[in-house]
Design a protein around this ligand. Structure first.
Ligand code: SF4
Length: 367
């Protein structure tokens, strides 16, 4: 079998596209040889996504000539692991990768009892501009390609499988970038994460986090993407939300919640509301009560995730330095809303490992 030579990134392709590459070389052959094509595709996919091996030289059930053809045909690696840090105060590991064009991409592996969750990035930088986020400070450099998103899971899965024999069961798109701005590449990576020929992770265990890119929320329903959705709300007041998340000027909170409700009604997936609590900015009793009022108009099951602000340096909001809220304020806020929503308080993981969004990247770049 001699594959035509053109280079492509293996981890950006689905089973049909890989099959097509093999097919090109068998298209004039018999039906039995076509069956061999499907079989070869599955063999290679199994090596990569089930055995976490992406060096074709080690695909020992393939002939040597075919292995070397695969090497010529496909590019199997597009990220280089340049740094990782274990957190001493939380069970998490932060990874930094370098892309082929020398950009830095971050991912965080969080170990919870009985499950490992990976937080992946979808863009280099971000143009949403949340004032509390280190990634947003750089602006958007570019979207990540599908293979670069998939590569984060592949390399970290291989890393943890070789050390601990564990599999990653949950993915959250909460790293650098707004995933719904990089819609097509993110959807394709989800296809590779969830397919039985890919990582075979349940769609229920994948969460897409968005600042509220309205048309794409509707598109998720039309495209049949049945993952969990998390909305970064951060304030129940439109004028204030626009200051915290500049892109929020584009759509009102009501427009976004209507879209999110539509998503819920069509998927029956519980909606997560992410709310970063910032001292004296959005942590008042008034904010908590308004949050409750806001959702009275909508028919959806909501989980509120309260995230105490994790300082990333001297950042001001209307002349106020952004600071962590007091613990009593967090509890008071939680107590007001807990009769209406399921609530959790997510203490930021890994402050000792540059845990705030984009900080590991910033340190590597400045070094
Ligand atoms: S918090 Fe997320 S959406 Fe906001 S600027 Fe940072 S990466 Fe972008």
């Amino acid at each position: 079998m001699f594959l035509k030579t053109y280079s492509m990134f293996f981890k950006g392709l689905n089973i049909f596209e890989i099959d097509r590459v093999f097919f090109d070389d068998f298209s004039h052959h018999s039906q039995s040889e076509q069956k061999k094509v499907n079989y070869r595709t599955k063999q290679v996919l199994k090596w990569v996504y089930s055995k976490y091996e992406d060096n074709p030289e080690l695909f020992t059930d393939l002939s040597k000539p075919l292995r070397s053809e695969l090497n010529k045909k496909f590019n199997f690696r597009s990220l280089d692991l340049v740094d990782y840090q274990f957190s001493k105060i939380s069970n998490s590991i932060k990874f930094a990768f370098k892309t082929l064009d020398n950009e830095i991409v971050e991912s965080v592996l969080m170990k919870h009892p009985g499950r490992y969750t990976l937080c992946v990035s979808s863009q280099v930088g971000c143009n949403v501009g949340c004032i509390f986020c280190a990634s947003g400070m750089f602006g958007l450099k570019r979207n990540l390609e599908t293979h670069e998103i998939v590569e984060q899971l592949f390399q970290i899965q291989k890393f943890i499988f070789e050390r601990e024999g564990k599999r990653i069961s949950n993915i959250v798109f909460m790293g650098m970038g707004e995933p719904l701005v990089n819609y097509r590449n993110v959807l394709k990576s989800i296809e590779i994460f969830t397919s039985d020929w890919g990582f075979n992770i349940s769609k229920r265990n994948i969460t897409l986090s968005t600042s509220g890119i309205l048309p794409r929320i509707y598109d998720l329903v039309v495209d049949g993407v049945r993952v969990k959705l998390a909305l970064s709300l951060h304030s129940p007041f439109q004028h204030e939300r626009e200051k915290l998340i500049p892109i929020a000027k584009k759509y009102t909170i009501d427009q976004i919640l209507k879209a999110v409700e539509y998503y819920y009604l069509n998927t029956k997936r519980r909606i997560t509301i992410e709310y970063i609590l910032i001292k004296d900015v959005n942590d008042s009793v008034n904010h908590a009560k308004e949050l409750v009022n806001l959702f009275k108009n909508y028919n959806m099951k909501v989980w509120v995730n309260l995230i105490p602000y994790n300082s990333i340096g001297n950042i001001y909001f209307e002349d106020k330095l952004l600071e962590e809220p007091k613990i009593e304020r967090i509890r008071e806020f939680e107590n007001i809303i807990k009769d209406y929503f399921e609530v959790s308080v997510r203490w930021s993981l890994g402050r000792d490992i540059d845990g705030a969004c984009g900080q590991l990247r910033r340190r590597i770049i400045s070094n």
